[in-house]
Structures are given as structure tokens and as C-alpha cells.
Design a protein around this ligand. Structure first.
Ligand code: ZN
Length: 345
């Protein structure tokens, strides 16, 4: 369509629709020159202390010529040669960067694996592996994290899911008949080892802790293993009145504010943010129609990422997710994704 026609049409667009159009224009400009991303990946590696050899971790690195237009580097310590793509999710991919960017955009929009595969014209299995490669890289970029200051903590429970562990597989026996869809949230009543316990904590500056801490009701030992070293000293821990947290606060030398159930407010001490976080988390998971427990950790990290960057414009989210997933030197093979075990803290 000629430019003049589009510009003429733009004048007829309702002003309320303009922001959406602007977003698409910005995305078009961004995708038209992705070469800038290479610098950004390099800078992100510098600033996150990842400018080092992907094989031995040494930072004595020199430039080593170019291959197919890509800068190559040589590690003076181990003598291995590598490029910016080495140990990234895209390293063996034959698809262009633009397809990966489109894929990340689909993920941010919350599309299903099938829709992602259709939009990006890749097959469904590839769509599955790309999602997990990207999530794996983002998890390692974010790391476990730490919360500080006024901290709200609580746990929530999901039904254990064996989705993806095919019953026809010789190596895997279903421990129970497959009746209900797994990965759904469950209440705290009647907990058993069929439930996965997710530990969560937030502070008031936006830091997030989330992880799988065990099966069945949270035990003190699990809570301690999850939270120890990840709540800054002298923080104030706000929780419900469940057992375990009082002892935890004493052990970790934290001030403890237990909020009795039904009483939501005690001035600045409350657990409303963590309650809202849990309900957002449940809506997030529902979109995936049951997540296999062996892949659950990746989805926890994806939810964390979405929450961390929820106030950013979509185009910046796409850019950040791509750059971070490329900057973190993390690559997981398709085989390793398929044979993964649930990752408990
Ligand atoms: Zn090296």
C-alpha cells in the first residue's frame, strides 16, 4: 500500500486507537534493524559480570577475527574460540534473529505453543523447545534473587502434574491413574504429597522470590532452605499466622509480623501484595492449561520475569527478554528439556 494512502487513512483513525498503532510502528522500526541488539547483549554481559569465556569463565578474552560477519573471540586461558552466539538459546538455530524476536513477542502476549508456532512458522515441537530454551536462559539471567526491607511471604499449592511423561513410555510409570488435570491451584486444606508447594516472597521495591520448595504442606525445613540467605538481614517479615514462619523469623534474625487470617490490614504490615501476586500467578497458569511439574520451575521464572517488567512498554519487554536470554550463557539441549526432573529448592 502506498505511503500516502496509509498517511491519509491515519487521519481518519480514532484518537483512542493511535497508541496501539504507534506501538506497531515502533515495533516495525525496532525489527527493521536488529544489529543494534548485538551491542546491547555485549553491554548487558559487561554490566552483569558475564563478559567472560562461556567455557571456563575467565575474562582474559581477545578478538579473533570474523566468521560469516560474526565477531569471534579467543579465550587466553583455555584457548577456546567462541562467538557471541556460543552458549545461547539460538546457537544452533537456522532461523534468523527476527524469527526469535517474533517468538518472544508471542510469548509475551501469552500465546499458546501452537499459536506461537503458527505466527512464527516453525513446527510445534520447535515451538516447545524454543519456549523452554528462552525460559531457561531468562531464569539463569535473573538468578534466585533477594528480598529486602518490608517483606511479605506466603506459600501456595498446585496439583502435581505428570503431563508430558507419557504413560506409554517404558521408563516412566504413572504413580496414579491420570484423572484430573495437574498444575491447578489447590487450597491449603487436605494437602498431600500430590501437591507441589511454591514458596513466594515480595518486598516493597519490586524484588521477587519464587521457587518450588517441596511436596505437601510446607515444613519448616523447606521454608528455611528456600528463604535462608535470600531475605536481607534486619528485614521485617509479614506472613499469615501459619506455623513455621515465626520460627523462621527467629532463626534468620528477622522481625516477624503475623497477620491473623481475616484481618488484612495492620498499617503498613499486611500481606495484600503477596495475596494479589498469588491470584495473578493462578490466572497466569490457567492460560497454559496445566503445566507439567517437571517444567514448572521455568514457568515460575517466567511469571517472575513478567511481574518484574510488567510496567514496561511491550517493545521494551521484547527487547529485554531477547537481550537477557542471549546475554546469560545458558543453553539447554532438547534432550535435557525432555528428560528434565522437577527442580526443587
Ligand atoms: Zn576459556
Amino acid at each position: 500500500m502506498p505511503k500516502a494512502v496509509i498517511l491519509a487513512l491515519l487521519k481518519r483513525v480514532a484518537s483512542s486507537d493511535l497508541p496501539e498503532i504507534l506501538v506497531e510502528v515502533e515495533k516495525g522500526i525496532f525489527k527493521s534493524d536488529l544489529s543494534k541488539l548485538q551491542n546491547e547483549i555485549q553491554e548487558t554481559r559487561y554490566s552483569s559480570g558475564q563478559y567472560k569465556c562461556p567455557f571456563c569463565g575467565d575474562d582474559h578474552i581477545v578478538k579473533n577475527g570474523k566468521a560469516k560477519g560474526n565477531q569471534r573471540y579467543l579465550c587466553r586461558n583455555c584457548g577456546k574460540s567462541f562467538s557471541q552466539q556460543t552458549q545461547t538459546p539460538t546457537v544452533y538455530s537456522k532461523k534468523e534473529t527476527k524469527v526469535w524476536i517474533d517468538y518472544i513477542e508471542c510469548m509475551i502476549k501469552g500465546y499458546s505453543l501452537r499459536r506461537c508456532s503458527e505466527e512464527c512458522q516453525i513446527n510445534l515441537a520447535t515451538s516447545f523447545f524454543w519456549r523452554h530454551k528462552i525460559l531457561d536462559a531468562l531464569s539463569s539471567f535473573m538468578g534466585a534473587g533477594e528480598v529486602d526491607g518490608l517483606v511479605e511471604a506466603d506459600e501456595c499449592y498446585l496439583r502435581y502434574s505428570y503431563k508430558g511423561n507419557h504413560s506409554k513410555s517404558k521408563r516412566f510409570k504413572m504413580p496414579r491413574p491420570s484423572r484430573k488435570r495437574g498444575g491447578e491451584s489447590v487450597g491449603k486444606r487436605g494437602l498431600s504429597s500430590e501437591q507441589v508447594c511454591i514458596g513466594t516472597a515480595l518486598d516493597r521495591t519490586g524484588n521477587i522470590l519464587i521457587g518450588m520448595i517441596g511436596t505437601g504442606r510446607a515444613k519448616y525445613d523447606n521454608l528455611k532452605r528456600f528463604f535462608e540467605g535470600r531475605i536481607a538481614p534486619h528485614s521485617i517479615l509479614c506472613t499469615d499466622s501459619a506455623h513455621g514462619y515465626g520460627k523462621l523469623a527467629t532463626q534468620l534474625d528477622l522481625e516477624h509480623k503475623a497477620i491473623p487470617s481475616g484481618k488484612h490490614m495492620r498499617g503498613i504490615y499486611h500481606i495484600q501484595h503477596i495475596n494479589a501476586f498469588h491470584s495473578n500467578f493462578k490466572s497466569f497458569l490457567e492460560k497454559f492449561r496445566g503445566v507439567s511439574t517437571k517444567h514448572l520451575y521455568s514457568y515460575l521464572m517466567w511469571f517472575k520475569w513478567i511481574e518484574l517488567f510488567k510496567d514496561e512498554k511491550e517493545i521494551l519487554k521484547i527487547q529485554k527478554a531477547y537481550v537477557q536470554s542471549q546475554a546469560s550463557y545458558s543453553v539447554i539441549s532438547n534432550e535435557a528439556i525432555s528428560s528434565r526432573e522437577p527442580l526443587f529448592v
